[in-house]
Design a protein around this ligand. Structure first.
Ligand code: SAM
Ligand code: SF4
Length: 330
């Protein structure tokens, strides 16, 4: 699939639920209204749509959410999509998780063919962790990370950089991930969905973080590519890598190779734009599966050049896009 700007689209992110067992302050408000079950694609439907994308050339699928591992029966989807790895039609099946359920599922994920995954962790301080996630349990996540490593899964830590919250912990996080043989990626907060606080109070440009880190670590641009949006640097002192995802302070759209499917079957061609294609309506419509390929082609033909994210005082109370990250999938 080639979009109107000549970008090859070979990466699909699939949000399998909008629900979560955490309430991270930058992601959700404490009292969220979740979607009724009938609006959410069944596991079978998620697989049908994913398979259509694989037929059209998608080589990498990331399962996300909400928290993907709280969706009932989710291992069935991993096992079924894992078959496309075995047949060579897919290069990678991966997920982004908060880690709370990894102790239960790590081995099953490995058996399904998953080899790498992202765990989101913003702090190494249990009290701070409790504060930012509201409902999270630090020890459980640490146990999950250990279980995943023991199962043979390679972990990358995702850390949202938050001004006044974890900006004094970046060196410790790099030291810890390096010692554990993990890479780490820092992410800028994006103005997605209403939350209970001001985003401009939290926003920390990663250009500043990069400068700060260059004072304590020997960073050199890495040739490492994952097919994702992260820009990697090798850290000479640890032998691991540090990545930066900078949707706001740097335009990451030129090399965008991905589209996102929500758990309600809406296909978003851009994380930061509202335009979408309702693949659930197509799938549940009169022509069903037969109409899916044409609907996907039509949607890719509308992929925009880039996003319009901006965080400042004026735009603070109006997110650039009204949907939460937990709906579109990070
Ligand atoms: N629940 C899983 C997790 O936390 O890893 C998967 C879904 S979560 C929405 C995916 C990623 O998006 C996480 O790394 C999270 O920190 C990040 N995220 C959530 N809201 C964000 C926002 N407004 N700006 C930037 N990153 C955000
Ligand atoms: Fe849940 Fe992930 Fe959002 Fe945190 S970032 S509330 S873990 S979906």
């Amino acid at each position: 699939m080639i979009d109107p700007f000549g970008r090859k689209i070979n990466y699909l992110r699939v949000s399998v639920t909008d629900r979560c067992d955490f309430r991270c302050k930058y992601c959700m408000s404490e009292h969220m209204t979740f979607l009724p079950k009938k609006d959410v694609l069944s596991l079978e439907e998620l697989e049908l749509v994913s398979a259509a994308f694989i037929r059209k050339g998608v080589r990498k699928i990331r399962i996300t959410g909400g928290e993907p591992l709280v969706r009932k029966g989710i291992m069935e989807l991993f096992r079924n999509l894992g078959l496309y790895l075995k047949s060579g039609e897919l290069d990678e099946l991966t997920l982004t998780t908060n880690g709370s359920q990894l102790a239960t599922y790590a081995e099953q994920l490995y058996d399904a063919g998953v080899r790498r995954l992202n765990v989101s962790l913003d702090t190494l301080d249990p009290y701070r962790f409790q504060d930012i996630t509201r409902w999270g349990n630090f020890e459980k996540v640490m146990g999950g990370i250990k279980a995943a490593q023991a199962a043979g899964l390679k972990i990358k830590i995702n850390t949202v950089a938050l001004k006044g919250f974890n900006d004094h912990e970046f060196d410790d996080l790099i030291k810890w991930t390096g010692a554990e043989g993990m890479d780490i990626t820092f992410i800028e907060t994006m103005p997605m969905g209403a939350i209970d606080e001001h985003r401009s109070d939290q926003f920390l440009p990663l250009s500043e973080v990069k400068k700060q880190l260059a004072g304590s670590w020997s960073l050199s641009p890495s040739s490492y590519q994952t097919g994702g949006p992260s820009d990697y640097f090798d850290v000479a002192e640890t032998g691991s890598r540090v990545g930066f995802i900078t949707p706001l302070s740097h335009n990451f759209c030129e090399s965008c190779n991905r589209v996102r499917l929500t758990c309600t079957g809406m296909l978003y061609m851009c994380l930061g734009q509202q335009d979408n294609a309702d693949l659930k309506a197509v799938l549940r419509g009169p022509d069903g599966l037969h109409a899916l390929d044409a609907a996907i082609d039509e949607a890719i033909g509308r992929k925009p050049k880039g996003h319009d994210f901006i965080i400042d005082r004026k735009s603070d109370d109006k997110p650039a896009v009204p949907r939460h990250m937990s709906v579109t999938g990070g």
